[in-house]
Design a binder for this molecule. Structure first.
Ligand code: HEM
Ligand SMILES: *[C@@H]1O[C@H](CO)[C@@H](O)[C@H](O)[C@H]1NC(C)=O
Ligand SMILES: *[C@@H]1O[C@H](CO)[C@@H](O)[C@H](O)[C@H]1NC(C)=O
Ligand SMILES: *[C@@H]1O[C@H](CO)[C@@H](O)[C@H](O)[C@H]1NC(C)=O
Ligand SMILES: CC(=O)N[C@H]1CO[C@H](CO)[C@@H](O)[C@@H]1O
Ligand SMILES: CC(=O)N[C@H]1CO[C@H](CO)[C@@H](O)[C@@H]1O
Length: 550
């Protein structure tokens, strides 16, 4: 009896539930249809009207062969595998035959540009119309929290203020600390493991290093010195390499982070499905390193030791809200500053190897300007910030390298509100274009820096001398971006790269590439930044041997 009643009421509630479900489903369908009409009809119509009002022209869309532009995604992956990603982007611009166009990939539609006026608008004149893209902020926030690199709006403003004193000319010009790390890198160049000499002599009795990948050594050098500058405590990753240690240290964590973040950026909205366990492990290592540094700094306060080496850390601690923020800002600086500077330095040697004329000329200039390495060792301060800045040919080599090899070749911003960009629309591409709120705009400095109409027919060639005559036009040359969010570490990077180049040229009087393949193509190893790759192993770029100077 009871069970009868029970059954009955169960049936009742089941039907009630079913009709509720049907109602919900119906409602869902209606909402979906409204949304569909909005996306397919109302919005395009509204945008078309607004574009018309604003005098904007239409922008051509890149053609696609497969649904969702999967052919473009696939070709991008193939180009990346072949270490040709920058050239792939160039080829797409060439196929479009203009410098601003639209691409539709994986359901999203965005603009891409290599037009100085548009890049200037995005980064400077219309700064407030744009924000960082959401993929970047969500992904980075996880790692870097309030880091200047990951935040936007007022949070960015205040982070930029926190950083400002660290990057004054006075603070950036201090190169003293670099020499000891350079000495460790020299040992890595001359020894296979601690104390075991790896050099050999040629038939003229000259000493050469064993084959070495500079793209492997340089990120360790920049990490070791940046950690000492910002935390008062070096990661000593070059030393652990000499000792053959393979531990989960800070260098390991940063190395792991790059492919992981890259995959998550590729997955866009689905980023959270990938790599959470690994991320936690990496974060732990990073937290431990920064916390240890702060503990050590505190211990010196108590013991009354010299605290000069904690200057940068002290400034950060005085200006950040709490310990966690100090950690986030330091990790942001390491993420933004180490691989980039290493990539620039790597590209310089990559270019010198392929242009012996420039190597010889630069070495002569360095010898005149800075003297020999014996000089550097004895006086200790022969390579100074002022002297680096004063060495014009060195600056031109840096300029030319950053022009031909953008460390950040492709970047993007997202429109915060409906806005326009100055050019790229209409049949001849000279009208402004309409950029609806939420639209991503990619910009490629790689394409910009190699435009023949801006740089001449030899735009692809490595000719530092072009900088003797030429001042680039406004926003024709932006390796560090421009506007309010211009790279805050620019001078820091140029000083460090200049220092390493001068010291290397003092120590070595010849360099021989061991991965040249007789073609003029380039090998670009894309992580988050674009570093030199290699025809042999993309992770061992700038494979070479060097001859010790007499
Ligand atoms: C050759 C080396 C470097 C290159 C090519 C480079 C390039 C760039 C670029 C293109 C940006 C703008 C990114 C964007 O807003 O989307 C940037 C921002 C930044 N860079 Fe660098 N960078 C280099 C070295 C450094 C160094 C050594 C540091 C610090 C020690 C550093 C710290 C930063 C920071 C903190 C930002 C964010 C600035 C902000 O958003 O206000 N960079 N860099
Ligand atoms: C950097 O320079 C400024 C002045 O140029 C100074 O006030 C500041 O304390 C310096 N040091 C650090 C680590 O920020
Ligand atoms: C820089 O070069 C100029 C002219 O070549 C010279 O007068 C000046 O002393 C140099 N400065 C330094 C710091 O080397
Ligand atoms: C490069 O070219 C030279 C001569 O043109 C040839 O002897 C050499 O084998 C080539 N090397 C490669 C890797 O193709
Ligand atoms: C290293 C570097 O980029 N140096 C110079 C390159 O050219 C620009 C623009 O002319 C200069 O402002 C830089 O100082
Ligand atoms: C390199 C880069 O930032 N690419 C961006 C271009 O725009 C799309 C949006 O459609 C972003 O998802 C990419 O990350």
């Amino acid at each position: 009896m009871f069970s009868e009643v029970f059954k009955h009421s169960a049936v009742l509630s089941l039907t009630a539930e079913r009709s509720r479900a049907e109602l919900l489903l119906g409602l869902g369908v209606v909402i979906f249809l409204i949304k569909l009409v909005d996306i397919l009809v109302v919005r395009p119509w509204r945008h078309w009207l607004k574009a018309l009002q604003l005098g904007c022209g239409s922008v051509p869309t890149e053609s696609r062969k497969w649904p969702l532009g999967l052919d473009i995604v696939r070709n991008g992956m193939l180009a990346d595998r072949d270490q040709r990603l920058p050239e792939y982007v160039t080829a797409r611009f060439a196929a479009m035959d203009r410098y601003t166009w639209r691409m539709k990939v994986l359901g999203s539609s965005n603009f891409i540009t290599a037009e100085p006026r548009n890049i200037q608008a995005i980064l400077a004149t219309q700064f407030d119309d744009f924000k960082l893209s959401d993929v970047r902020t969500t992904n980075l926030k996880l790692f870097l929290g309030r880091s200047i690199f990951a935040v936007d709006g007022p949070a960015w403003h205040s982070a930029r203020e926190v950083m400002r004193p660290l990057f004054t000319r006075e603070n950036v010009s201090n190169v003293c600390l670099l020499e000891s790390h350079f000495q460790t890198m020299m040992r890595c160049l001359l020894e296979s493991s601690e104390g075991v000499v790896s050099t050999s002599r040629d038939s003229h009795g000259r000493t050469w290093t064993a084959p070495v990948s500079l793209a492997v050594l340089l990120p360790r050098f920049t990490l070791d010195s940046a950690t000492e500058v910002f935390l008062g405590q070096s990661a000593h990753s070059l030393e652990s390499m000499l000792r053959g240690e393979k531990k989960e240290d800070l260098n390991w964590a940063l190395e792991q982070m790059v492919p992981l973040l890259r995959m998550r950026l590729t997955l866009r909205g689905l980023y959270w499905i990938y790599g959470n366990m690994e991320l936690r492990r990496i974060a732990e290592v990073m937290h431990k390193f920064t916390n240890d540094a702060m503990d050590k700094a505190d211990a010196t306060v108590r013991s009354g030791e010299n605290r000069a080496k904690y200057d940068f850390l002290d400034t950060l601690r005085a200006r950040c809200a709490d310990r966690d923020e100090v950690r986030e800002q330091v990790l942001g600086l390491l993420a933004a500053g180490t691989d980039t500077t290493a990539a620039l330095t790597g590209w310089v040697f990559y270019s010198l190897i392929r242009n012996p004329r420039v190597y010889t000329k630069l070495r002569d200039v360095v010898m005149q300007h800075f003297g020999t390495s014996a000089n550097a060792k004895n006086t200790g301060d022969s390579v100074t910030f002022e002297k680096l800045k004063n060495c014009t040919y060195l600056q031109h080599v840096l300029n030319e390298t950053l022009r031909r090899h953008s460390v950040v070749p492709l970047n993007s911003r997202c429109a915060k509100r409906d806005t326009t960009l100055p050019t790229g629309g209409g049949p001849d591409g000279t009208q402004p274009i309409f950029v609806p709120a939420g639209t991503e705009v990619n910009f490629s400095t790689h394409v910009l820096h190699r435009r023949r109409d801006l740089w001449g027919p030899g735009a692809d060639d490595f000719v530092p001398e072009r900088w003797e005559k030429r001042r680039p036009g406004v926003f024709h040359y932006v390796p560090f971006n421009g506007g309010p969010r211009i790279c805050i570490g620019q001078q820091f990077a140029l000083t460090e790269a200049g220092f390493v180049i001068v010291r290397m040229l003092q120590e070595f009087d010849a360099i021989e590439g061991l991965d040249l393949d007789n073609t003029s193509r380039d090998y670009s190893n894309f992580g988050i930044t674009c570093a030199p790759g290699s025809s042999i192993d993309r992770h061992e770029g700038v494979l070479c041997r060097l001859r010790l100077a007499k």
